[in-house]
Write a protein that binds this ligand. Structure first.
Ligand code: UD1
Ligand code: MG
Length: 437
């Protein structure tokens, strides 16, 4: 099967310098969602039709399994698919047409459409909607589809039809190659309408079949930021429901955002307003408290994170680790039962087991040009407000006194402290303001 993804539209209503299909939904470009769906269907060829801002789109998303067809100027959906024809394998019978700005179509829905059409029929994905305004209408006679009429070309009776063309269709590739060059543009918009192939199929006696999405959001497109935000919420709601079905406890399924892949063990609980980016893995029994941001991080079983914690890429927490409020961890491993409960920055560090990282501890990992590692061995106690100037190692069982600025390695099992001695000055008087006369 071939897949053609139409993505040449300008997307003016986004009011953005970024091409529409590159706007992210759940952290991934709209077009990337559609490409991934095409891949799930096992497409032999995937051709993206691009136009305005297309080079940027191509650079952002190019991959060995994609081909790119430029459409300039944009003369309509029929003209767009025609640009893709040279890239398609006629032998791999049908061609599925998707839109680059319709990101949430489920592969199962498309499978139904493809199966219904087989190799010899034209298949249309249609939907019944309350408000069909703006869409092409499916005109049936005696129950059979005879043509599609665009809103702007429709008469009153046709406008009253509530079955709409989602735009997604599948057709035998050889038939497309036959039909597309014959399309005219004598219609209200002066465009080559892909939808005109329906009447051509009917005239040839080719069966026209329909399939339908389970939910109408599957075929909704993004025109502006309002729809983008709506589809983002639908995506997140669906994802939250999947997590609940797997047994994850969500304090509020409408207050979690997953922009990537979240893998959860058993008995994981996630409080409100947490954001997960990239690939995050939470082990059995992990608790994520409110207002945390986790990106490309692994959290071991029984660990507790938050509230207000940030785990950045390369964070690996062992079992029963506690990361508390206003603690940031980056590119660091923290082994079993260690704790950093308050106000700390742990960057480029390797921390052993049962380590206590005191409030206000900072790994000084960056000298303005290079980054260095901090190594903290098992059973270390780090007093509050300590700076570890990397590269530096704290030996097993060592204690660092509060306020220490560690610039050399601390030996195991000893107290290391760098702090000016405390003095008290008897008879000292606080300065007072001079009285003006
Ligand atoms: C199209 C359908 C309409 C359907 C609706 C669903 C036609 C003639 N009409 O209408 O029946 O109900 O979609 O949303 O097909 N595009 C290009 N090149 C072009 C024109 C469009 O790549 O020259 C792309 C756009 O980027 C977009 C898609 O094709 O992804 C649809 O284009 P759009 O202008 O939104 O189509 P509609 O007029 O809404
Ligand atoms: Mg249009």
């Amino acid at each position: 099967m071939n897949v053609v993804i139409l993505a040449a539209g300008k997307g003016k209503r986004m009011h953005s310098d970024l091409p529409k299909v590159l706007h992210p939904l759940a952290g991934k470009a709209l077009l990337a969602h559609v490409i991934d769906t095409a891949r799930q269907l096992g497409a032999a060829r995937i051709c993206v039709v691009y136009g305005h801002g297309g080079e940027q789109v191509r650079e952002a998303l190019d991959a060995p399994d994609l081909s790119w067809a430029k459409q300039e100027p944009q003369l309509g959906t029929g003209h767009a698919v025609m640009q893709a024809l040279p890239h398609l394998a006629v032998s791999s019978a049908p061609t599925l047409v998707l839109y680059g700005d319709v990101p949430l179509t489920r592969a199962a829905t498309l499978r139904r459409l493809i199966d219904a059409a087989g190799d010899d029929s034209l298949g249309l994905l249609t939907a019944r909607v309350d408000n069909p305004h703006g869409y092409g209408r499916i005109v049936r006679v005696g129950g059979e589809v005879v043509r599609i009429v665009e809103e702007k070309d429709a008469d009153d009776a046709e406008r009253a039809i509530h079955e709409i063309n989602t735009g997604i269709l599948v057709a035998p590739t050889a038939a497309l190659a036959r039909w597309l060059p014959t399309l005219g543009k004598r219609n209200a918009q002066g465009e080559y309408y892909l939808t005109d192939i329906v009447a051509l199929a009917v005239a040839e006696g080719m069966p026209v079949v329909t399939a339908h999405p389970d939910a109408n959001w599957e075929t909704e497109g993004v025109n502006g930021k309002v729809q983008l935000a709506q589809l983002e919420r639908i995506f997140q709601r669906n994802l939250a429901e999947r997590l609940l079905e797997q047994g994850v406890t969500l304090a509020d399924p409408s207050r979690i955002d997953v922009r990537g892949e979240l893998v959860c063990g058993r008995d994981v609980s996630i409080d409100v307003n947490c954001v997960f980016e990239g690939r995050v893995v939470l082990g059995d029994g992990v608790r994520i408290k409110a207002n945390c941001v986790l990106e490309d991080a692994v959290v071991g079983a029984g660990s507790i994170v938050g509230p207000f914690a940030r785990l950045r890429p390369g964070t690996e927490l062992g079992r029963e680790v506690h990361i508390g409020n206003f603690v940031e961890v980056k590119n660091s491993t923290i082994a079993d039962q260690s704790k950093a409960n308050h106000l700390a920055y742990v960057g480029d560090a390797t921390i052993g087991r049962r380590v206590n990282v005191g409030a206000g501890t900072i790994t000084c990992n960056y000298d303005g040009a290079n980054k260095f590692r901090t190594v903290i061995e098992d059973d270390v106690f780090i007093g509050s407000d300590t700076q570890l100037v990397a590269p530096v190692t704290v030996g097993r069982g060592a204690t660092l006194g509060a306020g220490t600025t560690l610039t050399r390695d601390a030996p195991p099992d000893q107290l290391t402290v760098s702090r000016a001695r405390q003095v008290s000055i008897p008879g000292w008087k606080r300065p007072v303001k001079k009285k003006k006369d």
